[in-house]
Ligand binder design. Structure first.
Ligand code: AMP
Length: 307
């Protein structure tokens, strides 16, 4: 069992209708690693930070089995910084600031002991860097999952199209799927995305759940109706970490098992949104996860008599 997680490790400033925080640890690879480490260890982390990134945070991740040989620390430089403000519905947000900082000169070097990993989670990052990671691996992983966002569609279209050709599962939210394909219908969008390379597509719809497509099948998982949604930042990356964590744990890349992966991802995302930043992901136990998985089963379990 080996999983590489690639992406940003960052500082975020977040404003939601319920509060505001000027500096909290975030980043796509941070959230994904927190989620995945509940299911699979070690995790080979690939990222870059400045000397301002808290050592304590690295230590917490290390204790969860997240190996840091692939995380470059650049002295006297600042970590990636992102700032966003959520609308009242908490499903939509505006990006206020994206400061690439150390990311601008990032050239990921994959340590030799990562190079034959079986599973690869390419968290949200510059598409050219996602591609560079794939190219450095000595054996092709059993499954490559990629997450991206509108920012890269707008600033790195050609690189994004290239990397899409190399992966198996694409994770997007609904507006990103529409932006990538120019199709409003998500079914038509899925068809166009399969022509771009991926064999599977997961469309995250925030509080409205997630859809999993392949050429012949579609599966829908709801999101758990939660009493408190405090901060949705990182929910998508946490979902991705839970999804790939489950697949890497079970080593089963069938559509049926991906369905379970979607539920596991949704469970992990449901914890993420309950507090600011990564706070809630640090607190939860295996028991908490199992209880919530069971709540999901109950949520969609019903009998029907067809006459
Ligand atoms: P999510 O809410 O799942 O879309 O992820 C939010 C996280 O992604 C935040 O912690 C940010 O630090 C990180 N992030 C925001 N913009 C980017 C970007 N353009 N590339 C990589 N990571 C980003």
């Amino acid at each position: 069992m080996s999983l590489i997680v690639v992406g940003t490790m960052a500082f975020d400033a977040i404003e939601t209708p319920f509060g505001k925080i000027d500096k909290t640890v975030g980043g796509s690879a941070t959230y994904a690693a927190y989620a995945a480490s509940n299911f699979v260890r070690p995790i080979h982390q690939v990222s870059i930070v400045g000397s301002d990134f808290p050592k304590k945070e690295m230590e917490i991740l290390r204790k969860r089995g997240v190996q840091m040989e692939g995380v470059e620390i650049v002295p006297d430089k600042k970590s990636f910084f992102w700032s966003g403000k959520y609308h009242l519905d908490m499903n939509t947000r505006d990006t206020l600031i994206t400061d690439l900082n150390v990311l601008e000169n990032f050239n990921p070097v994959i340590p030799d002991n990562y190079k034959s990993a079986e599973f690869l989670m390419l968290g949200n990052l510059m598409p050219s860097l996602q591609k560079s990671v794939i190219k450095q691996l000595t054996t092709r992983p059993k499954l490559i999952v990629l997450d991206t966002m509108n920012f890269w569609m707008e600033t790195a279209w050609d690189d994004l199209r290239e990397v899409l050709n190399l992966i198996d599962v694409l994770l997007l939210n609904d507006s990103e799927a529409r932006q990538l394909t120019g199709e409003y219908s998500l079914v038509k969008a899925a068809r166009k995305i399969f022509e771009m390379g991926p064999e599977y597509l997961v469309i995250k719809k925030g509080e409205h759940g997630a859809l999993l497509f392949n050429e012949n099948n579609v599966f829908f998982a709801p999101a758990l109706p939660l009493e408190d949604v405090f901060d949705p930042t990182g929910a998508g990356d946490t979902f991705g970490g839970g999804f790939i964590g489950h697949i890497a744990k079970t080593k089963d890349i069938s559509f049926e098992n991906m369905k379970t992966g979607i539920i596991v991802g949704s469970v992990m995302a449901s914890f993420c949104v309950e507090k600011f930043g990564t706070q809630r992901l640090k607190e939860i136990t295996k028991e908490d996860i199992d209880i919530r998985l069971n709540e999901f089963v109950q949520l969609v379990n019903f009998d029907i008599a067809l006459v």
